[in-house]
Write a protein that binds this ligand. Sequence first.
Ligand code: HEM
Length: 206
Amino acid sequence: MPGAPTFLLLFLSVVPVAAGAARLMQMLAGDMSSSARFMSMPGPVLLHIVAAALFCVLGAFQFDAALRRRNRRLHRYSGRLVAACGLLAALTGLWMAARLPIPAEQQGPLLYAARMLVGLCMAGTIVAAVRAVLLGRFDQHRAWMIRAYALGQGAGTQVLFLLPVALVSGAPTYRLRDLLMASAWGLNALVAEWLIRRRRRSTAFI
Ligand code: HEM
């Protein structure tokens, strides 16, 4: 049975993964009315949705210390897939932010800049995590994977930031939406650094 942190991470993944599945269905059904923007470059969008969902869901289990101890081989094999999916999600995210015809109310300059920064940092942290594990530097590997996963899970935290505002005053757009989306990534990055420092001070893992 996975521990509480894994359940929390899976809970955060529910809405982004469900939204991705719904978008995937619309695109596969050729529904142009609601998916026109995404149909303008379906390849990266489909890759992004599938890779990001696998990264969030499988990644949640990688942080379960008991599971890792019980089955190191599973952690290693699943880890390769998680790293590849994370890299793909980050790179397709960068691609879409730059090339999709996203209307200004859905992505202004702030969100564009945040997506560029997060996409590059997420790809960089995954490369650093893979390098660290190949060199046998497991503490560094753990820290880089926490950072990468926290950036990927920005999608989950964004739901928590956007939903209350949407319920009170309608779906946020323009600068407010950009700010909420970017702040969610900022919060996740801070939580990641806190977890890494807490781990260095004690032997407990998240
Ligand atoms: C790894 C966790 C992530 C998940 C679960 C995720 C999920 C999704 C989903 C489901 C969509 C489709 C949204 C829709 O149908 O309206 C999407 C779109 C998008 N994602 Fe991600 N994503 C993740 C990470 C990222 C990252 C790191 C970036 C930035 C580099 C990014 C950039 C984008 C962009 C630019 C779009 C298109 C937005 C639009 O056209 O309005 N994503 N993502």
